[in-house]
Design a protein around this ligand. Structure first.
Ligand code: FEO
Ligand code: CA
Ligand code: CA
Ligand code: CA
Length: 588
């Protein structure tokens, strides 16, 4: 049965897709097209993609690797121009470069393949597919060489100073940008996630260890090209402290300096999504994607100034610079009622620019947020990824992707908010702020989805008892104009042995919990993005890391160009996989 009614995206769910299907699968009546692929030239003068001779300079003008967060922001009333904003989370050198490539060239090229892209899109009329505009005025690449300003209470702290930046206020680059969110004032937030893996650290400091920094993790050897990646030296001991932030980018101003907001804390930020509270304070919800880590909330000190005047815009660009950070504790009311639910509280970490954690200065709370949070005993969650409020209902959805360590020897066992041992399938928490107030100290919560397939124990689908599409490892979430939740997954191939995908699920009404699969991604890929423009009958996803376990010589995906390995690729093509932003539109 398809989804009835007024939706611009009626569809009959697709079935689970075999991991060997190396293509995007969409419902009957829909088609997919690539908008941008790794290596497509963006900036004026950037060369056509030539995978056999890739250079740092070429990559710095081309679409980066492993697209993750995505938004498509329309910029005119006719709906014929838009900005595409995208994160480039990490690189996979083994399938990006021919064997024998010069190591320093590889390192410098992947620095340019990280970061973000801003690209202008055009189309003739609503409902058409978008194409990108090479060399357009607003096109921008942000890489590991782009200068960022640091703001908020920890800016200028000794904890952020290095030999190259004695001010502690200016950082070169962003990396491991995973998910994000678009603000009401038109900027994009992006989370710096697994930054630890690129540094050589001493391995002896417990503060390093809490962030996964170690003496063995820098497999990419970046420190041989730039000493800042060697945190064992006094000059760069603080360089890791300069990553792990929420960054804010203004996609409408290619000359603007992007900002790292210390007030929002430092951890493995999946992303940040904001909602304007009824009193005008801007509230950001954030997940720390690690097994047994936490859900956070930031409440701005100042309130949103409405309108688009230059004065309002200047004001709003400062909203995330000062505010109160807290961390969530979820308390269950017992499983006697047959459901995982209960109440919760926001435990303050900072308030009014002061530390609320005994033994921590404000700078220490913000730079070593994980350790400050540990001190107030929040709830250890099963890897919180996207945490996103519905702008329609004000309820917040937390995608806890999985936690293979839950209940293992020496690890915390199941609790009502994280109810399964060795949680391979993940769950989605629904949070309801007390009195509908996003600044309130308390909330109610329930597990909206406990994911899995027919073979998974303990599944729950929002009370829906009819058939559902199997779903596992929720990662990114989005809403359509009717308030339905759309969930994309990362990890189904190992958890339930089918390709990752995109799923629609109503959160209200008689179909609450009715999970329906809309799309599946090619072999080896996770589904990122997603962006749902249902009134425009369009869905966008970022296909990340297709064929990630292959090699240059033996690709495990040929998506999206499908060039035979034995043939001669045409200009701009590649016989291996290319991370790609895909749009899905109606074909009839
Ligand atoms: Fe980069 Fe938490 O996924
Ligand atoms: Ca209960
Ligand atoms: Ca993610
Ligand atoms: Ca993930």
């Amino acid at each position: 049965p398809g989804t009835p009614g007024r939706s611009g995206l009626p569809f009959t769910p697709i079935g689970p897709t075999a991991v060997t299907v190396d293509n995007v699968t969409v419902p009957v009546g829909y088609r997919w097209d690539a908008i941008l692929r790794w290596g497509d030239p963006i900036l004026a003068g950037a060369p056509t993609f030539d995978p056999n001779n890739q250079t740092p300079a070429a990559q710095a003008g081309q679409f980066g690797y492993n697209n993750d967060y995505l938004d498509i922001i329309e910029t005119n009333r006719a709906g014929t121009s838009a900005l595409l904003v995208c994160n480039h989370e990490y690189t996979n050198e083994g399938i990006m470069f021919p064997p024998g490539s010069d190591p320093e060239t590889v390192v410098r090229t992947v620095w340019a393949a990280h970061g973000m892209s801003v690209v202008e899109l055009r189309r003739r009329k609503r409902g058409d597919a978008w194409t990108y505009v090479p060399g357009a005025r607003l096109n921008r690449r942000i890489t590991l060489d782009t200068v960022f300003a640091v703001d908020g209470p920890a800016a200028g702290s000794d904890l952020l100073k290095t030999a190259a930046d004695p001010t502690g206020r200016s950082v070169r680059g962003t990396m491991n940008n995973c998910a994000g969110g678009t603000t009401p004032w038109g900027t994009v937030l992006s989370g710096e996630e697994n930054f630890n893996q690129y540094f050589l650290a001493t391995g002896t400091d417990p503060r390093e260890a809490r962030y996964g920094l170690s003496a063995t993790q820098d497999a990419r050897g970046w420190r041989f090209v730039d000493p800042r990646w060697n945190a064992t030296t006094p000059d760069y001991a603080n360089e890791p402290h300069r990553f792990g932030w929420i960054v804010e980018v203004d996609p409408t101003d290619p000359g603007s300096t992007p900002v790292k907001h210390t007030a929002m804390g430092r951890f493995k930020h999946e992303g940040a999504n904001v909602i304007v509270n009824r009193d005008g304070h801007v509230v950001a919800y954030m997940g720390d994607d690690e097994r047994f880590d936490y859900v956070y909330r930031f409440v701005s000190r100042d309130t949103l100034r409405p309108g688009n005047s230059a004065k309002a815009r200047r004001h709003n660009l400062q909203l995330l610079s000062e505010g109160d950070l807290s961390v969530a504790r979820f308390t269950g009311d017992g499983l006697g009622d047959g459901v995982s639910d209960g109440t919760g509280e926001w435990l303050p970490l900072t308030r009014g620019g002061q530390s609320m954690v005994p033994g921590f200065t404000i700078e220490e709370v913000l730079v070593f947020t994980r350790l400050a949070a540990d001190a107030v005993q929040p709830t250890k969650m099963d890897r919180p990824e996207d945490v996103e409020p519905s702008l329609r209902s004000g309820r917040i959805y937390v995608a806890c992707t999985n936690n293979a360590d839950r209940g293992k020897v020496g690890k915390e066992g199941p609790t009502e908010p994280n109810p399964r041992n060795l949680n391979k399938d993940g769950h989605v928490v629904e949070m309801i702020p007390s009195g509908g107030d996003h600044t309130a100290a308390t909330f109610e919560w329930n597990l909206f989805l406990i994911c899995g397939d027919a073979a998974s124990a303990g599944t729950y689908f929002g009370g829906w008892t009819g058939p559902v599409s199997p779903i596992s490892c929720p990662d990114n979430v989005a809403f359509d104009s009717e308030g339905n939740l759309w969930v994309s997954t990362d990890g189904q191939p190992s958890a339930i042995k089918v390709s990752d995908g995109l799923f629609k699920v109503p959160v209200e009404g008689p179909e609450r919990g009715h999970v329906q699969q809309f799309l599946a991604v090619p072999s080896g890929a996770e589904t990122c993005g997603p962006v749902i423009h249902d009134r425009d009958s369009s869905v966008f996803v970022a296909v990340q890391h297709p064929g990630e376990d292959g090699t240059w010589a033996a690709p495990q995906s040929r998506f999206p160009d499908f060039v035979p390995a034995a043939g001669t690729p045409a200009a701009g093509q590649f016989a291996g996989p290319r991370p790609t932003v895909v749009q899905v539109t109606r074909s009839r």
